[in-house]
Design a protein around this ligand. Structure first.
Ligand SMILES: [Ca+2]
Length: 89
């Protein structure tokens, strides 16, 4: 959780305890991702369990357990959620 918190704080550039879509967009740009504002909004919906327009630490932590966290380099253990197209050998 410490790691997640650190990354969260990095995302939360104005340190109000939540990540706005604006903050998410700038982070996406900073890690070299060419995500459009529209895509970021879709991410917000995916990460944030509610649709208040912000991602809380709690929601972010849940996101980090997801495989998407790979993108920001902070995943610890990854579990496949759907075994689609997965070949165990
Ligand atoms: Ca913020």
């Amino acid at each position: 959780m410490e790691e997640v918190k650190k990354v969260f704080n990095r995302f939360d550039t104005n340190h109000d305890g939540k990540i706005s879509s604006t903050e998410l967009i700038s982070i996406m740009k900073s890690i070299g991702s060419n995500t459009s504002e529209d895509e970021v909004k879709q991410m917000m919906t995916k990460i944030g369990t509610d649709t208040d327009g912000y991602i809380t630490l709690e929601e972010f932590a849940g996101f980090c357990k997801d495989d998407t966290a790979d993108d920001v380099g902070m995943k610890e253990n990854k579990e496949e959620e759907d075994g689609d197209e997965k070949n165990p050998d």
